[in-house]
Each structure stands twice: as structure tokens, then as C-alpha cells.
Design a protein around this ligand. Structure first.
Ligand code: PAF
Length: 285
């Protein structure tokens, strides 16, 4: 697996793979890779012939006071994991390669609708930063297929929307969230948790499972379900940010007769903000 830092080197390597008739798969990341990222690369490797991954901690998607500076940079360990997962080429650009004219004068991509609310409300500018860097990366790599985790469910919806709206001929594949044995969704930010917080953290997913169980039993008073689940999050030691039941396709607040639902939450454990979601298909009544 080669690691390249410039767009020129990236394009040369991809042109060669294309000339050999290879289909290109792409997995964009910010590094500090865990088994969730590895599963995305493995999926790309099963479906395409030449897998490109990127590691770029994108300053445009971090707000003031967020963890841009302390976001873990673990290149050597990441390279080993990518190689073992079947990656052929790693793109690891510097900020100046991605944003040669500076952050301020960079053209931005704004995805209306699905970017609003949820993480979009709590992290102003975040999805503009994500949409901008993902658009640039997709244009740089020009893959046939790009794989993103369902763990960042709203981000996946934003990316599907921008690819559709900007007519990019790229298949976007969402891959299931990978979890620890106790249910905690794998995330680079889990590394910020103390031992005590790590023991509490699985309660976040349990709060989603409890709502899902009630919905399966026929409960439809969403407000009551959410209030009760947020009370349980608080009792476990979380400071809830949001907890919502939405239509899994449109991301609009769920209507009472919606069957394909996603329950999404974000909550703080100390200074660490964790997000999770649960997809749910209710039987037709
Ligand atoms: O999910 C991530 O790691 C990032 O938001 C992404 C998609 C690589 C864009 O920086």
C-alpha cells in the first residue's frame, strides 16, 4: 500500500489503476482507525478492485472549542490496519494541499434540509465543512463506490443528498455500525472516555433499544418515549444533547404511521460528545 500526500500523486496512481481496468472504491476517514473503519475498507475491497482510503483531519468541520487540536493522529498504526483490510492507496494530504487558498476563501458546499436539526443544530457549520471536504475528496478520487458508516447517520444522509444533487456518478454505500460487546458504538472519540465513563457509555445505545422495544410493542407517543429515555440517560450520568425519532429516509420528524424509523441521539459524558442511532422497521398494521 502506497501513501501519497499530493493530489498529483493521487491522480497518477488512480489513473494507472483505471488504465488496468480496475473499479475504484473509496473510504474517507479522519484517521485514528478502529474496527468500524476497517469494516468499511473491507466492504470496499469486496466490491471494487482498487481501494483508496484518505486520512485528513478536516479543520472546516470542527467548531470553535471542539477537539480539532487534540483529535488523535495515529498514522503508523492506521497504515497497518488499512493494509491488513485490503487498502491499496492511502491519501494523507496536509491542510495546505486540501485548502491551498486558505480556509476562508474555500468554496463551500451547503446541503439544505437534511443538514438541519440534530447534529446540524448542535454543531453549526459542521455539515458545511463535511459536505465541502467530501465533495473535494470525491472529485479528487473519482471513485465508482464510496463507503461511509451508518454510525454518522445524518452525515450519510448529507452525503447521499449532495452526490444526488450535484450529479456525481458515484455509488454511496452505508455500512452498519460496529459495536463493542457491551453495545457501545465504535468511535474515535471513545478514546477520550475515562474508565468510569467507558463503563457508563453503553447506556446510550440501551436508551435507543428501550425506545425501539416500546415502538415494537405498539407505543406511538413519541414525546413520552423520548422524555423517559432522556431521563434514563441523565440517571446514567449523561447530559443529553438530542434524542429524536425520525423517518429513516427523509430524516423528517417521524409521523405516527411511519414504518421505517431511525432513533438518533447525542449526549455528553463529561466533555465527550457521543452520538448513536438505531434503525427500525415496524411491521405494517
Ligand atoms: O466521518 C468522518 O470521519 C468525516 O466526517 C469524513 C467523512 C471523513 C469527512 O471529513
Amino acid at each position: 500500500m502506497n501513501t501519497v500526500k499530493t493530489l498529483r500523486e493521487l491522480r497518477a496512481a488512480i489513473s494507472q489503476a483505471r488504465a488496468e481496468g480496475k473499479q475504484i472504491g473509496f473510504v474517507p476517514t479522519m484517521g485514528n482507525l478502529h474496527a468500524g473503519h476497517v469494516s468499511l475498507v473491507e466492504i470496499a475491497a469486496q466490491r471494487t478492485d482498487f481501494v483508496v482510503a484518505s486520512i485528513f483531519v478536516n479543520p472546516l468541520q470542527f467548531g470553535a472549542g471542539e477537539d480539532l487540536d487534540k483529535y488523535p493522529r495515529t498514522l503508523a498504526a492506521d497504515q497497518e490496519k488499512l493494509l491488513a483490510a485490503g487498502c491499496h492507496l492511502l491519501f494523507h494530504p496536509d491542510v495546505s494541499e486540501m485548502y491551498p487558498s486558505g480556509l476562508q476563501s474555500q468554496t463551500r458546499v451547503i446541503v439544505n434540509g437534511v443538514s438541519e436539526g440534530l447534529c446540524g443544530a448542535s454543531r453549526p457549520g459542521h455539515f458545511e465543512g463535511v459536505a465541502t471536504v467530501v465533495t473535494k475528496l470525491l472529485n479528487m478520487v473519482q471513485p465508482d463506490l464510496a463507503v461511509f458508516g451508518e454510525k454518522d447517520y445524518q452525515q450519510l444522509a448529507v452525503i447521499r443528498t449532495l452526490v444526488r444533487d450535484l450529479n456525481m456518478p458515484i455509488q454511496i454505500l452505508g455500512a452498519p455500525t460496529q459495536r463493542a460487546e457491551d453495545g457501545l458504538a465504535l468511535s474515535s472519540r471513545n478514546g477520550y472516555l475515562s474508565t468510569e465513563q467507558r463503563a457508563i457509555a453503553p447506556a446510550l445505545y440501551r436508551s435507543l433499544e428501550e425506545i425501539a422495544a416500546e415502538l415494537r410493542r405498539g407505543a406511538r407517543d413519541y414525546t413520552r418515549l423520548i422524555d423517559a429515555a432522556q431521563a434514563r440517560q441523565r440517571a446514567a450520568g449523561f447530559e443529553p444533547d438530542y434524542l429524536e425519532i425520525r423517518n429513516a429516509v427523509t430524516l423528517q420528524p417521524a409521523a405516527i404511521d411511519d414504518r421505517h424509523l431511525v432513533i438518533l441521539t447525542a449526549a455528553y459524558l463529561g466533555h465527550t460528545r457521543l452520538i448513536d442511532n438505531l434503525l427500525l422497521e415496524l411491521p405494517a398494521q
